[in-house]
Design a protein around this ligand. Structure first.
Ligand code: HEC
Length: 109
């Protein structure tokens, strides 16, 4: 790879990364917010009916717990449907780290 293509990559990469983050947020708003609320409060229009479904306090989430959340998102649990058909595992992981985690951190208590 020449210097020029490396430079080109450096220009393209950050742009496509932030596009992916946007996509995950959009996916959350479209598929998750009805139950979990836009801010993860569990106060979406279906949230109360489904017994809360509040996204927990993720601030001190360990790697194992993060993996468990990814599994919940892909396979579903209780009243929550699985999203394994719409999301790949890396996408579900990004959803946790880039959408759920910041949401939990910014949550007012
Ligand atoms: C139909 C309503 C519904 C939708 C849609 C939904 N969830 Fe859930 N979710 C729930 C409920 C109810 C629970 C609690 C499940 C249980 O423990 O029985 C839950 C649990 C979770 C948990 C686990 C929280 C914990 O304490 O371990 C995570 C993470 C989660 N949902 C993320 C998501 C994401 C991300 C999406 C979108 C891709 C989503 N949910 C879509 C209802 C929903």
């Amino acid at each position: 790879m020449g210097t020029r293509s490396v430079a080109l990559l450096l220009v393209i990469l950050p742009a496509s990364l932030s596009a992916q983050v946007r996509d995950q947020r959009e996916f959350y708003r479209e598929r998750c917010a009805a139950c979990h609320g836009v801010e993860g409060s569990g106060r979406g229009s279906n949230g109360a009916r489904l017994g809360g479904g509040a996204i927990l306090d993720l601030r001190r989430m360990t790697r194992e717990e993060e993996a468990a959340l990814v599994a919940t998102i892909l396979r579903g649990r209780g009243a929550m449907p699985g999203f394994g058909r719409q999301l790949t595992e890396p996408e579900a992981r990004r959803l946790v780290s880039e959408v759920l985690r910041p949401m939990a951190t910014h949550k007012k208590r």
